[in-house]
Design a protein. Sequence first.
Length: 399
Amino acid sequence: MPFAVYLLGLAVFAQGTSEFMLSGLIPGIAQDLRVSIPAAGLLTSAFAVGMVVGAPLMAVLSLRWSRRFALLAFLVTFLVVHVVGALTTSYGVLLGTRVIAALANAGFLAVAMATAVALAPSDAKGRATSVLLGGVTIACVAGVPGGALLGEVWGWRSAFWAVAVALVPAIVAVLKSVPSGPAEGGDGGAGPAGARARGELRALRRPRLLVLLALAALVNGGTFCTFTYLAPLLTGDTGIGSSWMPLMLALFGLGSFAGVTASGRVADRRPTRLLAICGPALAAGWAVFALTAGAPVPAVVLVFVQGTLSFAVGSTLISQVLYAATGAPTLAGGFATAALNVGATLGPWLGGLTIGAGLGLRSPLWVSALLVAAALVTAAVARTVGVNSVEKGRPAEAQ
């Protein structure tokens, strides 16, 4: 795997840390800016919505630029808005920086996926995807506890400064490692941006791609439905002390990293087998977690196991999106990013509804199980009508 792909993973880690760290900074932000906790929580929602909307829009915009210029533009924008966020005393300005940061992050991920796939060998899209998503999982491990620690010791602004500093080596790495030539569009060359966008959009109309995007959204919805409410579940029903929560969140992140790493070695050659085994296991795992959440030992084990399965299945689906969209490399990355964030928005919302309805802290686990089950049913129905979400016929995708 080219070293530049790992450097792109470093940039994804820095940006992912910004997304995840906010959950540990909300109280400090609310107190400092004199806003309510729900208002401070909107900073997280603004980022999620910006990711969903921004991924396809920024992907289209980036078709006008070379991949290196696009990556640098998005990274520099992300850095600048974090400096502004660290300095501002206005809640409105901070909210605006979160939206702009999300747009930049979405654009970067879309172009980074296309760039990583282009730099990697033709039969290693799964490995390239796993490297990028590995940056997200490491952010899960380090971002939440690291941001919370910085906020506790030096205040919430220090976490924003830390993200800005972490982006500097990523910017230097992109300058030195990513080729400066024009991106290859769906028409096989640089071409006018409008024509390339239309060509890529035509390639994205394939039923197989739409099924894969739906599956990715459902699986990621299940992942973040439980992840969002993991701390209250473990401290409430399971009885694990709140002081252990950074470790529990890090354990989920370690499982996630294990999942993307393992799937990256399998997804290029046996995606059907991986999804056929891990998909049902993931749905069953959420149900078992719901049934055993009152006992600490199985809960701790399942935090790791479900993190592993969630990201193994999710990263494999994303790699299959990139395999299926050879005529739309940049927009495929944008729509894949949007699908993941649709799930990351939908899952926590559904989980919150069940808790608000009085169904208890375990109810998000059942929602996660149902979302993954819905993905399995969708895949089965698509296969029945002749739309195979995982195609055969190429060495990289053979069973």
